[in-house]
Ligand binder design. Structure first.
Ligand SMILES: [Zn+2]
Length: 434
């Protein structure tokens, strides 16, 4: 130990005294990476660009041109037989969850797994997502794992473990008795999947506490207990009073953050919109009037189709009907121009069993063009996050987050389930196209 320390000191002292070696200036210049893209979908333009040249320096995109010649000395990455797209963004995930079709699946994780163990799995999940092309994720609550999402995010940002760039929301909120774990003896004090919040003052305090511990977003559960009326409208029971929900949103906005509201039934969506939530999560019960309100208030919809398809058969009950309602709402929302951002609820399904990119196929099946579906996970998702100046498109000045697939996702959207190249912040994490 001591010998190493001495050696380091010697090197530290000797370095400035040594004469500059030939080529040192070149070695110190920032490395330029040149990517030749056979086809470029930049996340913004209506048409792909053929044979584009993307130059990257210091983790950022410094030039995008059709054709062009790489500068001398640049490191060349040949993706000339691939389609290059912006890094994908999933705006609704749970890295600390490993699937919860049944209440038993969920309870087991909260009762039999420690938070450190769950955080190790979360780091694995963030790595899996990155290798599947998801360079950024908004993780919308830890499901009982307290603030562990902040730790995983920090470890990724510091380069300790590879993973998606995370935007985290810590614990989420619901009032007493309105979120699992439920159904245990009253003699037992069970853990909660959320921070339990009752009353306006407690709501404000919970927001402050979560932001203090690192929440980038605030998430709350607007509704529960979904049911249909004979007119086919999805209804639900509200969790918070309007005063409580408004306190959550107001306090969050006062601290410069935004709010995601879990809202499945039309009642829950309406309440979330009254409260001023910034994004509606799930939204199966969206009616045309609610869509108009979302458009007017510039609220984003994050549909999370994949999780519904995954859990509906196992959960039964109202779930298969909810999926039909969501499909109908999706088609209408696309026609009306509701801002739809890609979100899967990964973690609600097992990260190791399903690639979250299957969500793209549902969007196309439900009425989006492939280009619209791609934008939902690139430029539109970046706008939802308020990160449109950094990610979501392949343009000069953006972070160098890029993915590539062999085929053309505009012909076959499932190509995005077979991402073969991943770069985040200018660092290559996967390249099967060499
Ligand atoms: Zn979720």
């Amino acid at each position: 130990m001591r010998r190493t320390l001495v050696l380091l000191i010697v090197i530290g002292l000797a370095a400035p005294l040594a004469p500059p070696a030939a080529g040192q200036a070149a070695a110190q210049a920032p490395k330029v990476i040149a990517i030749r893209a056979g086809r470029l979908i930049d996340g913004k333009s209506d048409q792909p660009v053929a044979n584009a040249l993307i130059l990257i320096e210091g983790g950022k995109i410094v030039s995008v041109t059709p054709g062009g010649t790489p500068p001398a000395g640049a490191e060349i990455i040949d993706l000339s037989r691939a389609t290059v797209l912006p890094g994908l963004i999933d705006t609704h995930t749970h890295i600390l969850l490993q699937g919860d079709i049944s209440a038993a699946d969920y309870d087991e994780q909260l009762l039999k797994q420690s938070t450190p163990y769950r955080a190790i799995l979360a780091a694995r999940n963030a790595r899996l997502a990155l290798l599947n092309g998801f360079t950024t994720m908004r993780d919308v609550e830890t499901e009982g794992a307290m603030f562990a999402d902040v730790d995983v995010k920090t470890a990724i940002n510091r380069g300790e473990v590879p993973g998606s760039r995370l935007i985290v929301s810590t614990r989420a909120m619901a009032p007493t008795g309105m979120y699992p774990l439920r159904g245990y003896s009253w003699e037992l004090e069970m853990p909660h999947g959320v921070q339990v919040v009752d009353g306006v003052e407690a709501a404000r305090k919970a927001v402050r506490e979560q932001v203090m511990h690192g929440a980038d977003w605030i998430k709350y559960y607007s509704d529960r207990s979904y049911y249909f009326t004979p007119d086919g409208v999805v209804h639900s029971w509200l969790n918070f009073t309007d005063e409580e929900a408004r306190a959550i949103v107001e306090e969050t906005h006062r601290l410069g953050k935004k709010v995601a509201a879990h809202a499945i039934g039309s009642d829950g969506i309406a309440a979330a919109l009254r409260a001023g939530a910034d994004t509606i999560e799930h939204g199966h019960g969206l009616t045309e009037a609610l869509m108009d309100e979302m458009i007017q208030k510039k609220v984003y919809w994050v549909p999370t189709v994949t999780v519904g398809v995954y859990v509906a058969p196992g959960r039964g009950g109202v779930w298969p009907g909810l999926m039909e309602a969501e499909q109908a709402a999706f088609g209408l929302a696309v026609k009306k121009g509701v801002k739809i951002a890609f979100g899967t609820d990964a973690g609600g399904f097992d990260w190791t069993k399903l690639n979250q990119a299957v969500e793209f196929k549902y969007y196309v099946d439900y009425g989006m063009t492939p280009m619209q579906a791609i934008r939902s996970a690139t430029s539109t998702a970046a706008e939802l996050l308020g990160w449109q100046d950094r990610i979501g498109t392949i343009e000069v000045g953006k972070l160098a987050d890029l993915v590539a697939v062999s085929g053309n996702p505009l012909d076959d959207i499932t190509e995005l389930q077979r991402v073969k190249f991943v770069m985040k912040d200018g660092v290559v994490y996967r390249n099967d196209l060499k």
